[in-house]
Write a protein of this length. Structure first.
Length: 263
């Protein structure tokens, strides 16, 4: 690892010697994106080192009272930053493999990874691994569009939804599809295959929507994608509407736009 880090340091030296004024606009933007990805990947590697150091108890073995105190002295960090680094390392280590892979590839930022990991850790135990995997996939996909603040709000909606839709029944629907037989009160009938195809096409290509933070007084078109997606998954229609209305209050995407209603 030391050799690889030394090579990375040499690459950074080459970058510092580059005349930035000579870059074209496209090269400048591409270089900025590349540095962001590399910085997040390197930060993830550092978190792994911190977690391994903490697990081995090296800081205590060297006379420090805790790993955070040891990091504060060795890396010349503030106490708050050192504690945050140790906690973040533990959070990422406990996250699903999909989150760690996204971090190591630079697909999501460290802050986004923290939000996803904390959301998955807060899911009810009764939800089961299938619900956790589905929530992980949704949040990692949303991280490509939304910053950590909005992603945190979406994570809260995931948690609220998972607690309201009877986790065991939700897990069954995720694996077996819409239930057959008499439908519970408040749910919609199973749609035809034509409706399912329409819902899948609409929810897979969401369109961004400007949200003013307050409900419009004008008559809005019926949220077809929300209603159909609720039919597909068997989620109560009133819950899909609740997601849309609450997200409008916090200025985040609607359930139909994010795919949450198709959960």
């Amino acid at each position: 690892m030391l050799r690889a880090l030394a090579q990375a340091g040499g690459a950074v030296d080459d970058c510092t010697e580059t005349a930035l004024w000579g870059l074209s606009d496209d090269e400048l933007l591409a270089s900025l994106d590349a540095t962001q990805v590399l910085a997040q990947r390197l930060s993830t590697v550092q978190l792994g080192l911190v977690r391994e150091l903490d697990a081995r108890g090296l800081a205590v073995a060297q006379g420090a009272s805790s790993t955070a105190v040891w990091l504060r002295e060795r890396l010349r960090l503030s106490g708050r930053s050192a504690r945050h680094l140790v906690q973040l390392a533990a959070t990422v280590d406990a996250a699903p493999a999909a989150v760690r892979d996204a971090l190591l590839s630079g697909a999501i930022t460290v802050e986004q990874g923290r939000v996803v990991a904390e959301t998955i850790a807060a899911l009810p135990v009764e939800a089961g691994p299938e619900v956790a995997d589905k929530a992980t996939q949704l949040l990692v996909a949303w991280a490509d569009r939304f910053d950590p603040t909005v992603l945190s709000r979406l994570g809260e909606r995931v948690l609220t939804t998972s607690r309201r839709i009877w986790p065991t029944r939700l897990s069954s629907r995720l694996s077996n599809g819409p239930p057959s037989g008499p439908r519970p009160a408040g749910t919609s009938r199973s749609p035809s295959s034509r409706t399912v195809r329409y819902a899948s096409a609409e929810t897979s290509t969401p369109r961004p929507r400007a949200c003013s933070g307050r409900r419009s007084t004008r008559s809005a078109p019926r949220p077809v994608s929300t209603m159909i997606a609720a039919q597909v998954s068997g989620v109560p229609t009133r819950l899909a509407r609740s997601v849309d209305w609450r997200c409008a209050r916090v200025n985040c995407p609607t359930a139909a736009e994010t795919g949450l209603s198709s959960w």
